[in-house]
Ligand binder design. Sequence first.
Ligand code: COA
Length: 241
Amino acid sequence: MGELGTVIYEKRDGTAYVTLNRPQALNVYNLKMRDELYQVLGAVRDDPEVRVAIFRGAGERAFCAGADLTEFLTAPPPVVARQVRRERDVWGLFLGLSKPLIAAVHGYVLGSGLEIAMCCDIRLASEDALFGLPETGLGIIPAAGGTQTLPRLTGRAGALEMLLTGRRVTAEEARRLRLVNQVFPRRELFPAAERLASRIQGYSAAAVSYAKQAIVAGLDLSLEQGLELEARLGRALVRAG
Ligand code: COA
């Protein structure tokens, strides 16, 4: 992997630690971060030593406060942007990973910051986390899958309220909305994420991956097709074992 500047990638005992690292600008997501995240996600996918990944934000104030509005204002024309997106489909890669991904979020979790968290499988938040999708108020709509991932977590009403009003939601409310799994005091957030990662690592990597695939892919299928998928994955797991 090349030299990274906006993301820190570390690997310890089978866990990949991905830290969004622009703390002076609340870890906002810019083009460089997109390219680096793409590299890092490829490493998570391809490195057999990585069993689980934890995503977090550097600094005290934010997981990620959304897209970098300074770059957004100078964004390339739509045709170029579309081409780049095809070449670097970060979100498709993110959502297609079959390894378990944990987001440990604190402070501002806005716009693409929330979308990154929603690409993960389990979201842990600190008590001070604040969630929101400000895009509609800026005259745009989410571009990192948020219109699809949010309602799959919260249901239609909660997602529409968040997206249409841009209202910020506290950690406790986010838990009630099923946007986050658990809420912790800040100092307990990261240890909790590590405990979860080490528990998952104790299980068969194939069983974990197949279980994730069955749930994620099954959500977009009818019950009948989902049951077929489960049976197919179950058989494949027995053959692989
Ligand atoms: N793009 C670029 N820079 C941003 C940014 C963004 N989306 N959000 C924050 N920053 C930068 C600020 O410019 C500031 O930089 P500076 O210290 O060089 O001036 C730094 O991050 C700290 O932000 P600041 O606004 O001073 O902190 P705050 O506590 O007053 O407010 C927020 C925090 C998150 C409420 C506010 O920064 C905000 O509303 N940001 C925009 C969020 C947004 O709309 N994101 C979604 C885009 S789709």
